[in-house]
Design a binder for this molecule. Structure first.
Ligand code: FE2
Length: 162
């Protein structure tokens, strides 16, 4: 099974999309390791460790933008991230204690693929759209500001000339 990022998951933010692509690569290597079934517990724990760290970094990136731009749905979105981190931590502990069972592999797939795809489609795409609008608005404000700062100068120059 190949798990990969598809264009329909694009959020409009190059930074967020880049991290999502990286997440799918890590998830794919984890699920492929489960499928091979001959991997050591160490290898599985190493990949899960990478994935867990990357998820934390990725959520922190999104949350930094949500806070920085006063995103209205910030609390609800962050609660979804916290829920993922809790569930992922539980799976990781279970895997550490019992090794990989078919049930655990299925639960990992459900969380890392089904949940993530759903989260990206609805929550992250809404965030991406909001960030795009904010950035466009900010660049519009900068253009307007530069016009305001130049206007009195040109008036002044005209005044001096007469
Ligand atoms: Fe998110």
């Amino acid at each position: 099974m190949k798990v990969q990022w598809t264009p329909e998951l694009a959020t409009g933010s190059a930074e967020i999309d880049g991290q999502h692509k990286e997440l799918f690569i890590l998830i794919d290597s984890l699920l492929s390791a489960f499928e091979r079934g001959i991997v050591s517990r160490e290898e599985v724990e190493r990949v899960i460790g990478f994935l867990g760290d990357y998820v934390v970094l990725h959520f922190a990136t999104e949350e930094k933008h949500m806070t920085g731009y006063f995103y209205a749905n910030r609390s609800a979105h962050m609660a979804q991230h916290a829920q993922f981190v809790r569930n992922f931590g539980r799976l990781r502990e279970q895997m550490h204690a019992e090794g990989v069972s078919p049930e655990l592999a299925a639960a990992t797939k459900e969380l890392c693929v089904d949940w993530l795809v759903n989260h990206i489609k609805f929550s992250d795409r809404a965030l991406g759209m909001f960030l795009k609008q904010r950035l466009q608005l900010n660049s519009g404000e900068r253009i307007a500001e530069s016009k305001i700062t130049h206007a009195p100068l040109s008036v002044k120059r005209e005044g001096h000339g007469s």
